[in-house]
Design a protein around this ligand. Structure first.
Ligand code: HEC
Length: 157
């Protein structure tokens, strides 16, 4: 009877400890490993200035695209989309302000930005202004989603 109780207590402790170990090392470890991997790419720290610089240019590119749409000039949209696409690649390597535990979502959103610019580039080459308009809307949605999740502060300039 007594022996049995000791056994169950020991079993309980073992299961609890194993669970704790798994949770700490496997589940949260996956995110940590990703963060470490990310920090190994381009001798990288916060690179805040680079990030801001890229973003300000992106904003200008979105503005240019909107101009192109309104004035029906797909050639200037093509140029802006190609530049923005390049930036989306760089963005993937940079560390956001917050929510680093969800860095995978951040990278996913950066990838999505690349996909949307690809669609805009294709539509611009085909001079399909309606499609550009739809894709531009989706792309701006991506900018906003990422800012809400990963940008620390509102833009105050
Ligand atoms: C994958 C995430 C992500 C996507 C997608 C994204 N941004 Fe950002 N953006 C950020 C983060 C993080 C910051 C904060 C940078 C900082 O202050 O260091 C930021 C900051 C900015 C800023 C402010 C820069 C400053 O001077 O403070 C602008 C403007 C901006 N983004 C424009 C855009 C536009 C336009 C798009 C879409 C074409 C876009 N962003 C897409 C993550 C993203």
């Amino acid at each position: 009877m007594k022996k049995g109780r000791v056994f169950y207590i020991a079993l309980f402790i073992t299961i609890f400890a194993a669970g704790w170990f798994l949770f700490g090392n496997v589940f949260s470890g996956a995110e940590m490993a990703d963060d470490k991997k990310l920090s190994k790419g381009i001798s990288y720290h916060r690179e805040k200035e680079k990030m801001e610089n890229i973003m300000q240019q992106n904003f200008a590119h979105v503005h240019t695209m909107l101009n192109g749409l309104i004035y029906s000039k797909s050639d200037i949209i093509l140029d802006a989309a190609q530049l923005l696409r390049k930036h989306a690649y760089e963005l993937k390597q940079l560390k956001p302000d917050k929510n680093l535990g969800n860095i995978k979502i951040y990278q996913f959103l950066a990838e999505d930005l690349i996909a949307h610019t690809d669609n805009i580039i294709l539509a611009a080459k085909n001079n399909n202004l309606e499609l550009i308009s739809t894709e531009l809307g989706k792309m701006v949605n991506e900018c906003v989603t990422c800012h809400i999740k990963f940008r620390d502060k509102p833009i105050q300039k």
